[in-house]
Design a protein around this ligand. Structure first.
Ligand code: AMP
Length: 398
């Protein structure tokens, strides 16, 4: 996959004002405390690189979904504080991401200084990819750098419109790392390439499933989406999450996989529960025996053994989506068993963000994965073979 874009280490940053789009959309608890700062840490190499090269740094990010309104609990203030601690330098937060006051603050910045603009999504123009808003952002700097991989699948003003309003632009080092891994797994993967797809809905991942049929040697299906496959194959799935509207697609995927002669694995047993609750009554049953009124909420032990065998010879493993409702202890064993198997494999292991990332962290196996993408949606869209708008903007304007 040739993305054909320029990276930050190919341009001169000395004494330049650099507007860097980052994804600091970190989770906060009810007291506004950051519960996981991975997304901030992942951009530190790019930030430090720009500062070492003599740039004046203006960082821009969104946080949450304020829907175009100023929502104080979605201020980037906790991020500015955490970043200041991580960089061991002062990080000023502007009251607004554009406007005269912001321009004034930026006009007196010196090389080595860092400013964080307040939440881009406090303005409705951001999500609307508004040209004027993009222009206002672009006017703040000499150079624009996009290092927000996790937002690259969105066409928003700060990653698309802005590009047309700056003299020079490039992608950052996190973007380089993420795209580099995708090139490795999609262009010339070491085979066998095994994909593990879980999570709730087939409908969210149809494109990915079809595209993986073209690329992978084996596909392993777990999580709620497996139940849609079973229902489509005429098995009783009780009250499980099966999506009736996606059953036809599920059968098409099975047929397509068969025509490609790739191995397609579904669970052979499940942990079923009499209700969706951590205190539900549970038991392990085979896929033919899901009782009426019960729901399958995790893969069972025989499935873990089957999937483990399927992964044994893998040289590349791509994983997105949990194997069950891992948020509840009673239904987390399947997901955590798979985390251990993947973490201890000799394969190149790439994990897509979101829930799978949380599961890997919770299992304490973060360091053993080859790569954990910071992107959820962006990860899936790249796997699907789509071009991300944030990347396309950097290419089209070259
Ligand atoms: P996704 O965003 O599609 O990757 O789905 C992740 C969500 O799927 C998690 O919150 C899981 O709790 C949920 N999930 C996984 N397996 C099941 C299942 N068997 N039944 C219901 N929900 C599930």
């Amino acid at each position: 996959m040739d993305h054909d874009i320029k990276y930050i280490d190919e341009i001169s940053l000395k004494n330049k004002r650099v507007l860097m789009r980052v994804d600091f959309n970190v989770p906060l608890d009810e007291n506004g405390k950051i519960t996981d700062d991975t997304r901030i840490r992942e951009v530190l190499p790019t930030i430090n690189y720009a500062l070492d090269e003599g740039a004046t740094l203006i960082l821009a990010s969104h946080l949450g979904r304020p829907e175009g309104k100023v929502i104080p609990s979605m201020s980037l203030a906790p991020v500015a504080k955490r970043l200041a601690r991580l960089l061991d330098k002062n990080v000023r937060l502007t009251a607004d991401c554009t406007g005269e006051d912001t321009k004034k603050i930026i006009s007196v910045m010196q090389p080595g200084d860092v400013v964080l603009l307040e939440n881009l999504r406090f303005h409705p123009e951001e999500r609307a990819n508004d040209e004027e808003f993009g222009k206002a952002l672009g006017a703040l700097a000499d150079i624009y750098v996009n290092d927000a991989f996790a937002t690259a699948h969105r066409a928003h003003a700060s990653n698309v419109a802005v590009v047309g309003h700056v003299k020079e632009y490039a992608a950052g080092l996190l973007m380089k790392k993420e795209l580099g891994y995708f090139t490795r797994i999609l262009d010339k993967p070491l085979r066998p390439l095994v994909a593990i797809i879980g999570g709730k809905k087939v409908s969210d991942k149809i494109g990915v499933l079809k595209s993986l049929c073209d690329k992978a040697d084996k596909i392993i299906i777990g999580g709620g989406m497996a139940l849609t496959f079973f229902k489509a194959l005429d098995y009783n799935v009780g009250n499980s999450v099966a999506e009736d509207s996606a059953m036809k697609t599920a059968l098409e995927v099975i047929d397509y996989a068969r025509s490609k002669k790739l191995k397609f694995y579904l669970p052979v047993d499940f942990v079923v529960a009499d209700k969706f609750s951590p205190t539900a009554e549970t038991k392990v049953v085979t896929y033919q025996e899901i009782p009426e009124g019960w729901m399958a909420l995790d893969i069972g032990p025989a499935t873990v053994t089957l999937f483990s065998e399927a992964l044994q010879s893998a040289k590349t493993i791509i994983w997105n989506g949990p194997m069950g409702v891992f948020e509840m202890d009673a239904f987390s064993r399947g997901t955590f068993a798979m985390v251990n198997i993947v973490a201890n494999s000799y394969a190149l292991t790439i994990v897509g963000g979101g829930d799978t990332d949380v599961a890997v962290h919770r299992a304490g196996e973060y360091a053993k994965m080859s790569y954990i993408s910071t992107g959820g949606g962006a990860f899936l869209e790249l796997l699907e073979g789509k071009e991300l708008p944030g990347i396309k903007a950097l290419r089209d304007n070259t």
